[in-house]
Design a protein around this ligand. Structure first.
Ligand code: SAM
Length: 346
């Protein structure tokens, strides 16, 4: 069995349970310039705008969606700076967002990638209902901002793929699915609702435009694991990072189900997915302490000099991995130092 002290192997797939700034810093030395496509779906900071009384009790409990906008900008700037460094020259960066922070996000991305490397802004018809969380006007679309590391290096490839797919910059629910499809896809492997998943069809469209088989895909706001599931089914390599308990309750069961060929939802039928492959699981939550998180990119660019960070400490491998199936994921959190390899057939 490999040890947690080994470098990340860019030919493997990884689920990383971690705060993503810490994980990105740790991954950067091994993956710098190697990632072909980054897709992220960060918290939209939606409760700052949608909730007139900013009543935190009405929020879902899965993650914080009501940061101070200045903090949100700082949070995204730090992470996108690192992700930019991890992209290969032909690589592309895709980020989902809605009205709340699109203006700030575009400024951040223009600054890090430069305006010249904007690829497109997509409107995705996500479906909308008037409910408790959207008290005034039902918002029926999200945006996708797409940037290139170096537009000249990938423009022809992207153009050819767009032409083949026959798609422009408005992606309908009929073509790529909507939020209700996404919720059903998640419900198929965990009846506990994760509230904000994306449909597999949406990620399939992005990866069809921006990647080829065997490319490495990164998503550091993993949620329920949609990006990894689709990347896996499409024969891409992937790394997903998620700090919440959903890493254990949703992402791991989902990827196991994909690998075992049991997941026949989402884009499985379209692709003819039969199962196969492996992933490794790293739990870095125990390492989130002290100076490891003390990273301030606005004061002089990304600090990539942490090769001897605590992530390199030696941890004993677990005796068995059967408790990963246990619904009470807290048990897994207690036994933190973990690296598992799941075979295609158990
Ligand atoms: C909108 S959800 C992503 C949903 C995902 N695209 C899907 O299809 O399921 C955003 C996720 O980012 C995670 N997240 C937020 N901040 C994070 C951080 N600093 N580090 C790691 N994960 C984070 C949240 O816990 C949440 O699960």
């Amino acid at each position: 069995m490999t040890s947690i002290t080994d470098p990340i192997d860019s030919s493997k797939n990884y689920i990383i349970h971690s705060e993503n700034l810490a994980a990105l810093k740790a991954l950067c030395p091994d993956l710098q310039g190697k990632v072909s496509c980054i897709y992220i779906d960060p918290p939209y900071n939606a409760f700052m705008l949608n909730d007139p009384v900013n009543d935190k009790d009405r929020q879902h409990r899965w993650y914080d969606d009501s940061m101070d906008p200045t903090d949100w900008v700082a949070m995204m700037t730090d992470r996108i700076t690192l992700m930019h460094a991890m992209l290969e020259e032909q690589g592309t960066f895709w980020v989902s967002i809605n009205d709340c922070e699109i203006a700030n996000l575009q400024l951040i991305c223009d600054k890090i990638f430069s305006k010249e490397n904007r690829l497109m802004t997509v409107i995705w018809e996500k479906g909308g209902v008037l409910d408790d969380l959207t008290p005034y006007i039902a918002e029926s679309h999200d945006y996708l901002l797409a940037y290139a590391k170096n537009k000249a290096s990938c423009e022809q490839f992207i153009r050819t793929n767009l032409k083949q797919l026959g798609c422009g910059t408005i992606w309908s629910a009929k073509e790529v699915g909507d939020t209700f499809d996404a919720l059903n896809e998640v419900a198929a492997f965990n009846e506990k609702v994760f509230p904000t998943p994306k449909p597999e069809g949406l990620i399939h469209r992005i990866l069809s435009i921006a990647t080829k088989p065997n490319d490495l895909i990164l998503d550091c706001f993993g949620g329920s694991g949609t990006s990894g599931a689709v990347a896996h089914k499409m024969g891409r390599r992937w790394v997903m990072i998620e700090q919440g308990i959903q890493c254990l309750t949703h992402i791991i069961p989902r990827m196991k189900s994909v690998i075992q060929g049991k997941d026949q939802g989402g884009v499985s039928k379209l692709i003819g997915w039969q199962g196969g492959g492996t992933f490794e699981f790293l739990d870095l939550t125990i390492l989130h302490a002290g100076s490891f998180l003390n990273f301030e990119s606005h004061q002089g660019g990304p600090d990539l000099s942490h090769r001897s960070s605590p992530i390199l400490r030696q941890y004993e491998p677990p005796r068995d991995n059967s408790n990963l199936d246990h619904p009470e994921a807290s048990k897994i959190q207690e036994s933190t130092r973990v690296q598992y390899t799941f075979p295609a057939v158990e």
